[in-house]
Design a protein around this ligand. Structure first.
Ligand code: IPE
Ligand code: IPE
Ligand code: MG
Length: 239
């Protein structure tokens, strides 16, 4: 009998494509930004669930490289919302022991947003209940290109040889070098695609898609996803 059928699936890292804020707002006749605001409350709920379930890593897709193509007012609104979220949530982060991290091309963020982010990362660095990783201005292809450039430079400088380049070394050059690969990927709002999210890291993640829009995805929905994950038979290519 395979080990996976006798041992419960370990759940160390959950990654979420938080989708459907715009449609949630539209259904209610509200501006899209109201959907993004309501989505911030789901972030709080899912962090709390991870803490209660002793899941140490949570990565949230908050803004993709492609999202820069959205209308200016929506981008500005999202950036202000993020700043406000970071500033107002600080007492919660402290109380809940949440350590913040960010992955993506952060240099593209407006200076004020970037400053708020860096402050939050610095202020939470000693917390250790939950690592909350925000993917911001993030694109997996860009990340892979960045890693390839870094590795090529190290080879060119004679620091490593071509033979040293393997899966492990490659992983160590991704933005996610400090984190384990996600075990579970959740996508809300029903779309069946990855949208340039963690292409390398999700190789063996279990995928859970729900039609529920992100602002309606709270603890009960999260529990459903975790229960479903627990029932999966992870084989990793074995029999
Ligand atoms: C996800 O919701 C949040 C971001 C991408 C920033 P959307 O804004 O994509 O909402 P829909 O998909 O248009 O409903
Ligand atoms: C993916 O959602 C990005 C985030 C959740 C931040 P999108 O709404 O941007 O993805 P597509 O356009 O449906 O693929
Ligand atoms: Mg969307």
């Amino acid at each position: 009998m395979s080990q996976s059928s006798t041992q419960p699936n370990a759940l160390q890292h959950v990654a979420v494509i938080m989708d459907g804020n715009g449609r949630w707002a539209k259904e209610r006749g509200l501006p899209r930004l109201e959907g993004h605001k309501a989505g911030a409350e789901s972030v709080r709920a899912v962090c709390q669930s991870c803490i209660e379930k002793n899941i140490p890593y949570l990565t949230l897709y908050a803004f993709s490289s492609e999202n820069w193509k959205r209308p200016r007012h929506e981008i500005d609104g999202l950036m202000s919302l993020l700043e406000r979220f970071l500033k107002t949530k600080m007492p919660d982060f402290k109380r809940q022991g949440i350590r913040l991290h960010a992955i993506g091309r952060l240099d593209r963020l407006p200076p004020k947003t970037r400053k708020a982010l860096e402050d939050a990362i610095e202020k939470t660095k000693d917390n250790n209940n939950l690592n909350l990783i925000l993917s911001l201005s993030y694109g997996s292809r860009e990340e892979i290109v960045d890693a390839t450039r870094d590795i090529a430079m190290e080879v060119a400088a004679g620091k490593i040889s071509i033979q040293d380049v393997d899966n492990e070394l490659f992983s160590q050059h991704l933005y996610t070098a400090d984190f384990p690969d996600p075990d579970l990927l959740i996508r809300t709002s029903g779309e069946l695609r990855l949208s340039n999210f963690l292409l390398w890291q999700l190789s063996y993640a279990e995928i859970y898609v729900t039609k529920v829009f992100w602002p309606d995805f709270r603890q009960e929905e999260f529990n459903r996803a975790v229960d479903e994950f627990a029932s999966r038979n992870r084989r990793f290519g074995k029999v």
